[in-house]
Design a protein around this ligand. Sequence first.
Ligand SMILES: Nc1ncnc2c1ncn2[C@@H]1O[C@H](COP(=O)(O)OP(=O)(O)O)[C@@H](O)[C@H]1O
Ligand SMILES: [Mg+2]
Length: 353
Amino acid sequence: MTTVTKEAGAPVPADAGAFLSVRDLHVSFKTEDGVVKAVDGLSFDLERGRTLGIVGESGSGKSVTNLTILGLHNPMFTTIEGEILLEGQELTTARESELEKLRGNKVAMIFQDPLTALSPYYTVGRQIAEPFMKHTGASKKAAWDRAVEMLGKVGIPNPKERAGDYPHQFSGGMRQRAMIAMALVCDPDLLIADEPTTALDVTVQAQILDLLKDLQQEFGSAIIFITHDLGVIADMADDIMVMYAGGAVERGTTAEVLRSPQHPYTWGLLNSMPRLDSDLSAPLAPIPGTPPSLLNPPSGCRFHPRCTFQDRVDGNRCVTERPLLAPDRASACHLTAEQKRTIFVEEIRPRLG
Ligand SMILES: Nc1ncnc2c1ncn2[C@@H]1O[C@H](COP(=O)(O)OP(=O)(O)O)[C@@H](O)[C@H]1O
Ligand SMILES: [Mg+2]
């Protein structure tokens, strides 16, 4: 007998008034082993000038979501359903030529590894100047000046001279700054930062995060900041969305989610974070079990095989009924609001210290 998964909650239509509105997004890939459901029923909104932090274990669909916003998947192997509205423009059905106009101009992305964005064959200055010329029609000279200005803004010393260097002449931290300069050169309305500091040492990481905050103040862009580090999120984001196995399990303002998290998976994430006052060499308490296969995800709540609270939910609902996160609901879990509060206050918080 197969288990029937009931989907809870009626889908809410995309908010055409929001700056970015993602509704019931599904992204799947055809592979040799079968269909990977990388994103499965994801909805969220983002307003201008705000930073949304997306957090979740590796493989939860964070990068796929954002590459889909940028239209960067190979249509041969990818099926996309749902809606992505950017200022009312539907992106999932947009033509490649329209997406190309958006990328680097209205929407820009910075990656964990700057070498995926920077070419070894051209000078750093040229790589920053080129998108500016393409999208604004500026002259070569004006675009070069702009590239030098941007390198200065992201804190590269002697930007006039360094603009003529090739990426390999830059240190890792400087390459990261150069990529940020490239992403911001056209003053994008939406900046997607996918684990931009994961590969950097702590000091450089802190500098880059400060830089992003300053630049947001100056440019007023909306930012999607992806990380598996809740500490970084706490520092950077106005709002948090926690992803698990291709869906959002919890969403709220950063203060709400960190102060009174509602979802057992979020509790696990918080519990696995190093504490400031703890011995840094002490092992973290990871969430027991492993993330599920997205080829054949668990029925009902995707997190139920790893959840220690399902016996507190009446009947077999965690196994048969998938709790979805409606835009007005803080967490996708069958525990009642009262249960979530009580469990967090009495059982989880004391463990977090
Ligand atoms: N092009 C692809 N083809 C097949 N599977 C993919 C592809 N890209 C990503 N996936 C799978 O989709 C899931 C989500 O990946 P991803 O969004 O990269 O996770 P993360 O949250 O770590 O960024 C993973 O299971 C990954 O293996
Ligand atoms: Mg990723």
